[in-house]
Ligand binder design. Structure first.
Ligand SMILES: [Zn+2]
Ligand SMILES: [Zn+2]
Length: 264
């Protein structure tokens, strides 16, 4: 009788240990699954989205809403960056600075997921008054990274900020939103110096610095930093912006067209 009850106690104890161990494993697995946000998302694409917008390859969704194309992004760059240091993506996305700027100076921010919704005109049109571009996102690159204008906080030039641009020419702001103020090197390296790199909020496309074998400079462009012409994506011709190596880099004195909206 004594022996039997001892066996029972041992059996119950073993069963208890087994249950606790399983629970612990299950809890660990669940936590990992909920915090892992991918840096690259293949977008779900709604009906009626023009082919050129399908070149945006990193977004959560792209769809048409009335006269607008809606683009939702996480702002996480699909390329590596020194600014991924210490983040949940560090093991695969961190890369020490290996660019050519001898004045490189990493800013204190690190990359964080920053959900942004761009609503841009389906049929871009020239505006009668050209609105200034906002601080914060003024456009989106084809890899889902927001495009900012040529100014730092308070409307001052980017003189010091440029030294915190990583080897792919971007950096995160205080809340961790990664962005480009100038040519996205990862895209012009992979897609070509003359490739479509993104769209501004007015719906007009942004191209890299090369066109028909010639490097575009600020003097080739109007005050908004663009011009009209045929591009690979628009054989009938369209107004478009170009990135240039000199300030103002992507946009000049405001939007050429009527801008849509951006929300965070
Ligand atoms: Zn910035
Ligand atoms: Zn051009």
């Amino acid at each position: 009788m004594k022996n039997k009850s001892n066996y029972l106690v041992i059996s119950i104890t073993l069963l208890f240990i087994a249950v606790v161990s399983c629970k612990k494993d299950a809890a660990t697995t669940t936590t990992t699954a909920t915090t892992a946000t991918p840096v690259l998302n293949t977008p779900t694409i709604g009906t009626g989205v023009p082919a050129v917008f399908k070149k945006i390859y990193n977004a959560t969704s792209i769809y048409v809403e009335g006269n607008y194309v809606v683009i939702k992004v996480t702002s996480l760059p699909d390329h590596k960056s020194p600014y991924y240091k210490g983040t949940q993506w560090a093991s695969t996305q961190y890369e020490a600075y290996n660019g050519t700027n001898t004045l490189w100076n990493q800013n204190p921010n690190t990359i964080a997921e920053s959900d942004v919704t761009f609503k841009i005109p389906l049929n871009p049109a020239v505006a009668t008054t050209h609105a200034s571009t906002p601080l914060g996102p003024m456009g989106v690159a084809i890899n889902g990274v927001p495009i900012f204008n040529q100014y730092a906080a308070g409307g001052s030039p980017l003189t010091n900020e440029v030294n915190s641009f990583d080897q792919y020419n971007g950096h995160p702001q205080q809340q961790g939103m990664y962005h480009y103020h100038a040519e996205p090197y990862y895209l012009t390296t992979n897609k070509g110096k003359d490739a479509l790199v993104g769209f501004l909020l007015d719906g007009f496309p942004v191209y890299g610095p090369l066109e028909n074998g010639k490097t575009i400079t600020n003097s080739d462009l109007d005050v908004y930093h663009g011009h009209f012409g045929v591009t690979a994506d628009y054989p009938a011709g369209i107004y478009h912006y170009h990135t240039t190596t000199a300030d103002p880099y992507i946009n000049g004195n405001g939007f050429y067209g009527t801008a849509g909206t951006v929300s965070q």
